[in-house]
Design a protein around this ligand. Structure first.
Ligand code: FAD
Length: 381
């Protein structure tokens, strides 16, 4: 475990135990009931997971991003919906506040995260997904406040988050240079959940549509500067994509390990199917791809920890790890034969859970756009 302090390695061991003994046994129920039980969120709070990545000066444990990424991987291996509660709170909400928030915002909101309150990011709108600069939600200045109006869609942690980082238009004439980021408390009058969105995978994660109906936020809740919110969100997603790569890695590991164990138990033609070369080649390819995902993901996280530019590495990790998670989940299900296709086993859930990792925090087409842009910049003649 390169890049981790001894203390972080010790904590990861008990996170392993927590994931295996407390999260995994509930993973099917979480999928069926479309909800992560509060007792698991409380346990993550008790274990200090929400405080882990928050710096000590704001009441956290000051652990590294590399640590957080491994924690997300481990919990995703047991249940990616549960991991997303933590990932959303720390990478999507905590990170932008940490990077761009005023001292007062950090003291207020990061402290609340260490106490187990949950955050989210509200960027996407019905008319603005991949083209994030096309958002239409507005914030108009009124005295020392801004009044927000608009709709956000597909917002993770929607029902459980206490506050969100929200991207809004503050100068319509300026395109992406007219976007500003604010922290909005979920209790603010006019902030409404207009509907729950039911999904094929990560069903335990709450995904909602949000309506902002004259929501008043104090100017002091601005994250970064006026009209510089696009940079805030882009840098947030650089970190966020590493979190999604870790989630994908965890899903791939779970699918793979379950399938490899089964392949050694299942007998056909008088022998374990794992003795067959056709099966062994599948196992080898999957093992290699998972290892490559792991290295790309950990490398991007270490770069983030060293504050080195890592736009390309973060996108590569997310692109590769999510494609691998989908291939591995599909091939692992194949190893279970007909049994894999039933809801009696977890293989079908892994396949459903894996799909989202190719879509959110920038689809894999968008990751390719980003990677190409970075490579062309590096190698410009
Ligand atoms: C379960 C879930 C949770 C989510 N959580 C959040 C959240 O917490 N906060 C938040 O703000 N958003 C969230 N999202 C939104 C998510 O990030 C967007 O769905 C995603 O960025 C894609 O946007 P879109 O759905 O509008 O698709 P579109 O942008 O309409 O894309 C449609 C298709 O066109 C392709 N495409 C678009 N542009 C290009 C291009 N330039 N080149 C090639 N292909 C292109 C896309 O890859 C895709 O295949 C979530 C989504 C889901 C499903």
């Amino acid at each position: 475990m390169e890049g981790l302090k001894d203390e972080e390695k010790d904590v990861l061991e008990y996170i392993q135990r927590f994931a295996k003994e407390e999260v995994k046994p509930l993973s099917r129920e979480i999928d069926l009931k479309e909800e992560v039980p509060q007792k698991l969120i409380d346990r993550m709070k008790e274990l200090g997971l929400f405080a882990s990545y928050i710096p000590k000066e704001y009441g956290g444990y000051g652990m590294s991003f590399s640590f957080l990424v491994r924690a997300i991987e481990i919990i995703s291996k047991a249940c990616p919906s549960t991991a997303l509660v933590l990932d959303g709170a720390l990478t999507l909400f905590g990170e932008p506040v940490l990077m761009f928030g005023s001292e007062d915002l950090k003291k207020k909101y990061l402290k609340r995260i260490t106490e187990g309150e949950i955050g989210g990011l509200a960027l996407t709108e019905p008319g603005a997904g991949s083209d994030a600069a096309a958002i239409k939600t507005t914030a108009v200045k009124q005295g020392d406040s801004y009044i927000i109006n608009g709709t956000k869609i597909f917002i993770s942690n929607g029902r459980i988050a206490n506050f969100f980082v929200v991207d809004v238009v503050t100068d319509q004439a300026k395109g992406h240079k007219g976007i500003t980021t604010f922290v909005v408390d979920a209790e603010t009058p006019g902030f409404k959940i207009s509907r729950d969105i039911h999904k094929m995978g990560i069903r335990g994660s709450s995904t909602v549509e949000l309506l902002f109906d004259n929501v008043r936020v104090p100017e002091t809740n601005m994250v970064g500067k006026l009209n510089e919110g696009f940079r805030v969100v882009m840098e947030t997603l650089d970190a966020g994509r590493i979190g999604i790569a870790a989630q994908a890695l965890g899903i791939a590991e779970a699918s793979f390990e379950e399938a490899v164990i089964y392949a050694q138990q299942r007998k056909q033609f008088g022998q374990s199917i794992s003795n067959m070369e056709g099966i062994q080649f599948m196992i080898s390819d999957m093992a290699t791809e998972i290892e490559a995902s792991r290295l790309l993901t950990y490398n991007a996280a270490e770069k983030w920890d060293r504050h080195e530019p890592c736009i390309k590495e973060s996108s590569m990790a997310k692109l590769f790890a999510s494609d691998v998670a989908n291939r591995v989940a599909t091939e692992s299900l194949q190893l279970f034969g007909g049994y894999g296709y039933t809801v009696d086993l977890d293989a079908e859930r892994h396949m459903r859970d894996a799909k989202i990792t190719q879509i959110y925090e920038g689809t894999n087409q968008i990751q390719r756009v980003i990677i190409a842009r970075e490579v062309l910049k590096e190698l410009s003649p």
